[in-house]
Ligand binder design. Structure first.
Ligand code: SF4
Length: 377
């Protein structure tokens, strides 16, 4: 690793998160809890004295998993199972899989059957976000998961620990929001690929350590005019393939907003420090941009999405849809129609390590850049 390059540490974490986590576990003796994205509250895991690590299945070459999971499962689920089967996740002391779609539900049952001795819990997130009972339901679900975490770590989650965990994560989100802003005002130094590497890596090492690494970045740079750049908004699950952010830089796209679960969506809302801290985590979840598998009134879902795109001042929208994700495939046509009515061009990239090449994505982004360039002053 190049120690004089402050960005290199983040790229290294993404390249090989598991070696780093093994080192940290050996040094600290802390329990490691893996979680599938999205929306497992990391603050709860942290408050129980463990280290949360997000498992990114996208981009993992598959060989063992296909014997256990249908070939039409998304790369996120398949890649996570592959990592467990090939031993990479042996460092984990526990695993949380959130209920966001049939695929994650099936993954949970598979996990329990294949690895009966390794602790795994299913976080039953409410599918109906606007439902009046969802609030209380989620609070009870967080309580249930808290007890499970306490059993693993032997540490009680009390107000003091949860409060300080929330503060650490709020601080981290604040820094990441600033980094996103830097990408808009200084895109030649704070490139999309560098800034997104900050977000992706934040989910894979202790946040305290990540905050220290962020301090070394060149925060005092001059504003640029950014002429000739096209403003885009991205919708999808994760930055898959991660190299797509290099292509955004190469073709002069500026990210002005996104709904990626390891992107701007993840830092948009902080839980407030209040008397009932569990309720603060519930409130945060309910205020997040709904993930693609959640049930929201269709008209409201489209209307809110268009409003967010318009508020971002984006010239165009790129959908990074995971291949074999039914929920994303179901929502996207209506969203495209809504964008068309507002004369906002969009591009749908269906991505997967199984079957989509970077050169195909490159070609389509190049063509999209030309469409957006016609709109430049
Ligand atoms: S919602 Fe889509 S991308 Fe997310 S886990 Fe389910 S199938 Fe995969």
């Amino acid at each position: 690793m190049n120690k004089s390059d402050p960005w290199a540490a983040f790229a290294e974490i993404i390249r090989d998160p598991w070696s780093k986590i093994k080192d940290i576990k050996a040094k600290t003796g802390k329990k490691i809890i893996g979680h599938i994205l999205p929306d497992v509250p990391e603050e709860l895991i942290h408050a129980a004295g463990a280290i949360p690590v997000a498992i990114a299945g996208a981009g993992i070459p598959i060989s063992l998993a296909q014997a256990h999971i249908p070939g039409y499962s998304c790369s996120h689920a398949m890649g996570a199972l592959e990592l467990r089967l090939n031993g990479e996740l042996n460092v984990l002391d526990g695993m949380i899989i959130p209920y966001v779609c049939d695929t994650t539900r099936n993954l949970y049952h598979l996990w329990k059957n294949l690895f009966p001795d390794s602790p795994c819990e299913f976080l039953r997130l409410p599918k109906k976000i606007g439902d009046s009972n969802a609030n209380q339901y989620l609070k009870e679900e967080y309580l249930r998961i808290s007890k499970w975490l306490e059993e693993i770590t032997g540490e009680k989650i009390v107000d003091e620990t949860l409060g300080s965990s929330i503060l650490i994560y709020n601080n981290s989100r604040d820094q990441l929001r600033s980094a996103y802003h830097m990408m808009e005002i200084s895109p030649s130094s704070w490139t999309a690929s560098r800034v997104i590497s900050l977000f992706e890596s934040a989910f894979r090492i202790p946040r305290e350590e990540h905050l220290t690494l962020l301090e070394r970045l060149p925060w005092n740079v001059m504003e640029e005019t950014g002429t000739g750049r096209s403003r885009i908004y991205v919708k999808g699950k994760v930055w898959d393939p991660l190299e797509v952010t290099d292509l955004f830089d190469e073709y002069g796209f500026t990210l002005v907003g996104d709904e990626i679960v390891t992107g701007k969506r993840s830092v948009a809302i902080d839980p407030t420090i209040q008397k009932d801290l569990l309720q603060a985590l519930v409130d945060r979840h309910m205020s997040l941009i709904p993930y693609t598998g959640y049930h929201v009134d269709p008209e409201q879902m489209i209307g809110d999405f268009i409003t967010r795109v318009e508020n971002s001042n984006a010239q165009g929208v790129v959908f990074l849809n995971p291949k074999f994700c039914e929920a994303a495939a179901f929502d996207t046509p209506d969203m495209i129609l809504g964008l068309k009515e507002k004369s906002i061009p969009s591009l749908v990239l269906e991505t997967s390590s199984r079957g989509t090449s970077l050169s195909q994505i490159r070609l389509r982004l190049e063509a999209f850049k030309e469409i957006l360039s016609d709109d430049l002053p």
